[in-house]
Design a protein around this ligand. Structure first.
Ligand code: SAH
Length: 349
């Protein structure tokens, strides 16, 4: 009996070993698995028909048992600053967004890890879309592969960096994010360097501890936004169950195990965290483990109640932190005109 649509497996969920077994059990050669693996990952094949070094019969056999749940990059919006935003349609029709951010020395891919988000941060547009599901490892990988192609096609330059700062919370989809990163860095995938990858999180303490135990080699960024529990809880509900002292403990463990710094992402808003008391609390938190701070420009979201603090307040933060030896950068947002900037990804188009 021919396999029906619903019984077909996502071929990229199989390990090469399992593919080998599949071929052998169907009277074919084990080395076909390596050929197929190369097509699936390195060459980003979307259809079995593209696998031209396989016989037609082998391609048909694969088509009867498996599907390739490749993403489809649907609309591509380009910002006046060069930023490209992709609307990415998944095999089940759901949509996420990914962004290519060009800079003088680098091209960064900003990718999504979940459809929607469950965390309800008050200042983030993605929070308004309920979390629908986790992305699979191959859907995450595909976003990076697509942006790598765009970098080469539109900028004639290689993709240099990857940030998990699109839709969703990467540490709530940990195993798929890790599996995607393994492929992105593998010579059998995109061959990118671990040190060029940054995973950004709201700071889920038990997952940071787990990453430390797993000895991960990518960079960690924590969206802090306030180092005072009351304020942080009022804008990031996750802080109620995951308060700053637990986050600090997890970060100490992280540094002890990995010897890797952390970067804090921090937006300064009028009337929320724009006082010296808040800046001093941030400075204190920065001493928990070696760290850097990115002061991110706020990107207003629809009917949002938040307003970015003025330049004098940013300078106050900057001076205090720098004077105390904490490297601090003000990060201008990119792609604002097409809603591609941090916290603006909400499938509006
Ligand atoms: N869930 C992860 C990754 C997605 S958000 C995380 O929280 O880190 C990526 C970054 O954009 C985070 O630092 C987040 O706090 C920030 N962000 C969210 N909404 C924003 C907005 N409207 N303006 C500027 N930054 C925003």
């Amino acid at each position: 009996m021919q396999a029906t649509h619903t019984t077909k497996r996502d071929i990229r969920k199989l390990k090469v070993e399992e593919l080998k077994e599949f071929f052998v059990s169907h009277g074919d050669k084990a080395f076909r698995a390596q050929q197929v693996d190369e097509w699936l990952w390195k060459k980003s094949a979307k259809k079995f028909d593209q696998m031209t070094n396989l016989s037609v019969a082998t391609r048909e056999l694969l088509g009867q048992h498996f599907e390739i749940n490749h993403i489809q990059v649907d609309t591509m919006q380009r910002s006046t600053d060069g930023t490209i935003k992709n609307a990415v349609t998944l095999h089940d029709g759901l949509i996420v967004e990914s962004v290519l951010i060009p800079a003088e020395k680098r091209i960064t891919a900003c990718v999504s890890s979940q459809v929607g988000c469950s965390l309800a941060c008050k200042f983030c547009a993605t929070a308004r879309l309920k979390r629908q599901r986790n992305l699979s490892a191959d859907e995450i990988y595909d976003q990076v592969a697509a942006i790598k192609e765009q970098a080469e096609m539109f900028f004639n330059r290689p993709l240099t960096n990857i940030v998990f700062m699109g839709m969703g919370e990467p540490l709530l989809n940990y195993s798929n994010v890790i599996a995607a990163i393994e492929k992105i860095t593998s010579q059998k995938g995109l061959g990118m360097a671990m040190k060029r990858i940054t995973v950004s999180t709201v700071g889920i303490a038990k997952m940071i501890t787990k990453m430390a135990d797993d000895g991960v080699k990518f960079n960690l960024a924590v969206s802090l936004h306030s180092a005072l529990d009351q304020t942080r809880s009022s804008i990031m509900p996750i802080n109620d169950s995951n308060p700053l002292n637990e986050l600090a403990d997890a970060l100490r463990y992280w540094y002890q195990k990995t010897k890797r710094k952390v970067t804090y992402e921090y937006v300064v808003w009028q009337g929320i965290n724009d006082s010296m008391e808040h800046a001093q609390a941030l400075l204190k938190f920065c001493k928990v483990i070696p760290s850097k701070v990115n002061l991110i420009e706020y990107n207003p979201i629809e009917d949002g109640e938040f307003k970015q603090a003025n330049d004098a307040v940013l300078t106050m933060y900057m001076d205090l932190l720098e004077r105390n030896g904490i490297t601090t950068r003000i990060r201008k947002s990119r792609g604002k005109d097409i809603d591609a900037a941090c916290g603006q990804l909400a499938n509006k188009s």
